[in-house]
Design a binder for this molecule. Structure first.
Ligand code: SAH
Length: 217
């Protein structure tokens, strides 16, 4: 079965069912739900997995990495957005580019960094047909942030850190928010909000992410 054999109508209906399920799971932010309704997730996974693309499950994207389950993508973005817009956003761990495409619907600018070059190339190829003018992809170790484009209103980390990466905290704009899975065998989402030079932290869902690694390859 090829991606092309998933026709647009079928994919749209599968996405509508995914969005209904996300609502049932407690996602309340209608803009997040609308963004997930428009991004063709099946075009970001390997051809043989296109039919599973809208299930609530993580999927392999090669190089021992996974695309997060739709609920976690929605939940992380929802937490960043409560009471505000995303603004200029950094995504650490672009993977196949899916989450960058969702963020592009909601953020003024998206800088998505990835440490594995062939994955970055794949993200670029996956995003090209969507013609999203506000997304920039870059090969970089995102645990150091992206100083050339800092500060950011929002930072979303798609890999699990052992502790809160200091560089990311420092690259938050005043009023900015950062969400990062923290932990090794047990991980939780940590939301950090900067108010002046005070950083307020709150813990959310238990999650399972691949590790945030140093360097590029
Ligand atoms: N958000 C992605 C899925 C991310 S999987 C998507 O929508 O497809 C986590 C990704 O983080 C992997 O691709 C992994 O290579 C990347 N990663 C891990 N540590 C990183 C780091 N320090 N800098 C940049 N990317 C990193």
């Amino acid at each position: 079965m090829t991606i092309r054999s998933v026709d647009a109508g079928q994919a749209g209906r599968a996405r509508a069912r995914m969005v209904d399920r996300l609502r049932g799971q407690g996602i309340r932010d209608e803009r997040v739900l609308a963004a997930m309704q428009v991004v063709p997730r099946h075009q970001f996974v390997e051809e043989g997995l296109a039919y599973s693309a809208y299930d609530d499950t993580p999927l392999p994207i090669g190089f021992q990495q996974t695309i997060s389950q739709p609920f976690i993508v929605a939940r992380m973005i929802e937490l960043l957005r409560i009471g505000r817009e995303l603004g200029k956003t950094l995504e650490v761990g672009a993977g196949c580019g899916y989450q960058a495409a969702v963020l592009a619907q909601l953020a003024s600018e998206v800088y998505a960094v990835e440490r594995i070059r062939p994955l970055l190339d794949r993200a670029r190829a996956n995003l090209r047909p969507l013609r999203l003018p506000n997304v920039r992809l870059k090969l970089a170790d995102g645990s150091l942030g992206l100083s050339e484009a800092a500060p950011f209103d929002s930072i979303i980390v798609a890999a699990a850190a052992i502790g809160l990466p200091q560089a990311l905290k420092e690259q938050l704009a005043p009023g900015g928010r950062l969400i990062v899975p923290v932990g090794s065998s047990e991980q939780r989402l940590l939301l950090v909000e900067r108010q002046g030079n005070i950083f307020r932290e709150s813990w959310h869902e238990a999650v399972r992410f691949v590790p945030l690694l140093a360097g590029t390859e």
